[in-house]
Design a protein around this ligand. Structure first.
Ligand code: NAG
Ligand code: NAG
Length: 189
């Protein structure tokens, strides 16, 4: 073959290969069957997490700040807060840190004084360092105990589901501080 024919041959082969690889990429389905074993997950287990969440709702050291104007001073309707709350092992603020709770607190009802939490619990402690849980739920601020759903997770908490019971153990208007004791029961692999 002359160099010209060779070059043509090469170009043709390349084109066919490219078309072939594109079409085979196309033929991969968007969704295929998998299994827990295929992604390295083993036995389902339930983990109990116990920690304290510190929420400072005002002042220079606020951990939750308002980003909207409240439309009703009784229900806090329209209020939306961005929160970055420390999570600690014990009830004191200087107790060992285990992570942070980040997300939003919203007051969605013009009728009732209720608060919706859309929150990520990010852990920075031991085996749980880098893993997170997604918490979604409602708090009646006048109740001492509230329960919320754990709707998912990452890291060691992949496929997580469960619930969190938050008990208010400190409400200090002077320090603008709420401390909640969390007991989280989470099923994961
Ligand atoms: C809520 O209270 C604040 C402070 O007393 C006041 O400035 C504001 O106008 C009130 N808001 C409404 C919607 O009543
Ligand atoms: C958690 O992981 C981060 C990132 O890998 C690391 O920098 C940090 O030291 C770890 N913290 C603990 C308490 O192990």
């Amino acid at each position: 073959m002359t160099p010209k024919v060779l070059a043509l041959h090469y170009l043709l082969t390349l084109t066919i290969t490219l078309i072939h690889s594109f079409s085979s990429a196309e033929s991969h389905s968007f969704a295929t069957k998998s299994s827990r074993a295929a992604i390295g997950l083993k036995e389902e287990k339930i983990t109990h997490l116990h920690f304290y969440m510190h929420d400072v709702f005002g002042g220079p050291k606020a951990t939750a700040i308002p980003v909207t104007k409240v439309l009703d001073n009784n229900t806090f309707y329209g209020g939306l807060y961005m929160a970055d709350d420390p999570l600690t092992l014990g009830p004191r603020r200087d107790s060992k840190p285990v992570g942070n709770g980040r997300g939003t607190y919203a007051f969605p009802s013009p009728k009732d004084f209720v608060l919706e939490m859309n929150y990520n619990l990010g852990f920075t402690h031991g085996d749980y360092n880098g893993s997170s849980l997604c918490l979604l739920g409602r708090i009646a601020p006048t109740s001492i105990v509230n329960e919320m759903a754990i709707v998912g997770g990452t890291g060691v908490f992949r496929f997580a589901s469960g619930y969190a019971v938050a008990k208010r153990v400190v409400l200090d208007f002077k320090a603008q501080l709420v401390v909640r004791e969390f007991n989280v029961y989470v099923s994961h692999y």
